[in-house]
Design a protein around this ligand. Structure first.
Ligand code: GRF
Length: 212
């Protein structure tokens, strides 16, 4: 009799968004195309810091549970952070992915999800961290920029780098044209990285991330 095939279960992902959610859509599409088993992960919920965004609409169209945790609904930033951590924890994720989530999480969130909280940033870190990575690279006159998928630590875009993609800056670029080209690379990179982390496992050794 053939040995039963023991497949390790797909890892549970919670994805956090603040805007258009095209990176989220890339994950949704990749999982739908490959199947959660082969991809290695499934999205169990999508969270946002605001309502009425296309990112949430994409999640709803895909039939995924959603939640919103607004800073202004909490007395302090710490209370918001704890509420966000609680909302995410309710879905028991193996990995949390910040895909265009425009908030810095705090101590409580990192205490619970540090080492399994992945962010994507539209610049080649450590250059141009912060909310305007695309604009800042253009203004600096850099000739190449790109995107970085990294683990989140307690700094702003300072955590261990998992993977990067390079995009050339063209003379005629403005912020929006450049950001669109970065996002094409970013979506593929994020899908690839999250799948590999989920399927293979990984360890973080200081600043180095080793995917098994
Ligand atoms: C991405 O470029 C991400 O790195 C940045 O915001 C963009 C989000 O795009 N922080 P989308 O919402 O996934 O379309």
């Amino acid at each position: 009799m053939a040995e039963p095939v023991v497949e390790s279960a797909a890892k549970r992902l919670v994805v956090l968004v603040s805007g258009s959610g095209t990176n989220l859509q890339a994950l949704i599409d990749a999982i739908a195309e490959t199947g959660p088993g082969a991809y290695g992960a499934e999205i169990v919920a999508v969270g946002a810091d605001r309502g009425g965004i296309e990112g949430l609409a994409r999640a709803e169209r895909a039939g995924l549970p959603t939640f919103v945790c607004r800073v202004k609904d909490h007395a302090t930033r710490e209370e918001w952070d704890a509420a966000l951590a609680e909302a995410v924890a309710a879905y028991e994720p193996d990995l949390v992915v910040s895909a265009g989530f425009m908030r810095i999480v705090g101590k409580e969130f990192l205490a619970r999800f540090g080492g399994r909280f992945v962010n994507t940033h539209p610049a080649l870190l450590p250059s141009f961290p912060g909310a305007h990575g695309v604009r800042d690279a253009l203004a600096y006159g850099a000739r190449v920029t790109g995107c970085t998928v990294h683990f989140v630590d307690d700094g702003v875009d300072t955590g261990p780098i998992i993977a990067q993609g390079v995009v050339e800056i063209r003379d005629e670029d403005d912020e929006s044209a450049l950001h669109e080209r970065i996002k094409e690379v970013e979506r593929r990179l994020l899908v690839d990285v999250v799948g590999r982390l989920a399927r293979n496992g990984y360890r973080i050794e200081g600043r180095k991330v080793v995917i098994q």
